[in-house]
Design a protein. Structure first.
Length: 157
């Protein structure tokens, strides 16, 4: 009976942790949405400045304004990238060279086949409800082109 309550307590604790992660991820996504709206405003202001200079046939004063907006845009894009890295960390993911997010323990990217540094964790085959089997015994989804464990490329993909 104590084992049951111990597992129940552990399950509640894990659910609480996951809820905190979900809340934090949603908060970070909200920050990204706000930054993206600000980016759109900056792009619009650049366009308005260029058009005003065009109609006045004088671009001399517009260059510094556009450069200022571009610097602000670059800072906002770096902020978005930084927030996305935090989201990936919270989701226990890493970014591949192809730009896709993959689980931290992935050895090969399932999208491009990129090989990641070996980790010290032993390989245990993943199980997927609907999918295909790899030569290493790992179960992967139907759209997977490369096995995330051994790097095997699936034929016909």
């Amino acid at each position: 009976m104590n084992d049951f309550f111990g597992r129940l307590k552990h399950g509640v604790k894990e659910t609480g942790k996951q809820a905190k992660v979900t809340l934090e991820v949603n908060r970070l996504k909200s920050q990204i949405a706000t930054l993206q709206k600000e980016l759109e405003k900056k792009y619009l202001r650049i366009g308005e400045a260029v058009y005003a200079a065009f109609t006045a046939n004088d671009f001399s004063q517009t260059e510094s304004l556009i450069a200022e907006y571009c610097q602000e845009i670059t800072q906002m894009q770096e902020g978005i990238k930084s927030i996305n890295v935090k989201i990936m960390e919270l989701n226990n993911e890493k970014e591949c060279v192809c730009g896709k997010g993959v689980p931290m323990d992935t050895r090969f990217c399932p999208f491009c086949g990129n090989k990641f540094e070996l980790s010290s964790t032993p390989h245990s085959p993943n199980m997927v409800d609907e999918g295909k089997s790899c030569v290493c015994g790992n179960q992967v989804s139907l759209e997977t082109r490369f096995c995330p464990e051994c790097g095997h490329k699936f034929e016909g993909d």
